[in-house]
Design a protein around this ligand. Sequence first.
Ligand SMILES: C[S@@+](CC[C@H](N)C(=O)[O-])C[C@H]1O[C@@H](n2cnc3c(N)ncnc32)[C@H](O)[C@@H]1O
Length: 329
Amino acid sequence: MTTHKQALLYPELSEQLEVPKPVNVASVPQRSPFRYPGGKTWFVPTFRRWMVRMHPKPRILVEPFAGGGIISLTALFENLVQKAVMVELDDEIAAVWESVVNGDAEWIANRVLTFELTKEAVIQEIKKTPKTRKEKAFQTILKNRTFHGGILAEGSGFLKYGENGKGIHSRWYPGTLAKRFLNLNYVANRIDFRCDDGIKVMQEFATNKSAVYFIDPPYTAGGKKAGKRLYKHCDLNHERLFEMCESLKGDFLMTYDNAEEVKRMARSRGFQMRLIAMTNTHHAAMEELVIGKDLSWMDTFPAVHDPEVRYVIRETKKKHPAKAVQRSR
Ligand SMILES: C[S@@+](CC[C@H](N)C(=O)[O-])C[C@H]1O[C@@H](n2cnc3c(N)ncnc32)[C@H](O)[C@@H]1O
């Protein structure tokens, strides 16, 4: 177990806290062709851990907010489930998943390999009105890979500097991208993709005991702005989502930002919560919230610690102020 120490504001008041190191994303196979804002590659090890302890093994994974789909793809490639139901409301993202399911991954791979990437060529390409879903899919990948942060929402623009000042070229790796598309053919027939409302599709599977859910909604609960800049579809009825989770026969795992409003909704339904370490795109160490019915399996997981740790300062008999500090829930 790798841990590092977090410096406290008042180190003299406490033993130092062991804070887990975020997952090294380079150790997770990158199977998605997207570079997705809020993508969950870093969550893959935790997801695997959740899946492998289930008996009987679930047959279906429902991902109601699929985005770049790394969790569903991992579940399929690693045979953690037989089938993945991927749901995404964004029509541009949907075009990519639909094309993969319809057998057009190779066509997209060829377009990627033969496209001469310049800013002008991208502008020219994305101005066209696509005649087919696969053409729209290619436009989407082009934008996703050359726009700042992979963001397709309104107001997004081209990568200015990118990695090492390479601008729009910095996330365009034709060979790697084409291979990812070709590899998707191995699992395409096990993907049930829907361009629909995720909560509605959850309802469809709610009584299915062999379905489990990985739920990663836009982080907009309590009017938070973070998720609004990133996605075209960000207005979600979060209360309704929590209500739906309550009605599911199968297990679910939900990720959210560590916001008071979210914790209130989870607590009021008796769900459990844990914090998990992650690194954001700016390499800043952060924590996200994991919500589920029973998360006791996460207590032994190195990259997790309890969200509700408070510091209680106890006074000693000799009236020394604040000598001992206790962690409590
Ligand atoms: C946090 S992102 C998911 C990221 C994904 N887990 C990944 O690893 O790439 C949330 C996604 O939900 C989509 N979305 C928002 N509202 C939705 C809805 N009602 N139904 C389905 N998808 C929705 C957004 O377009 C966005 O792609």
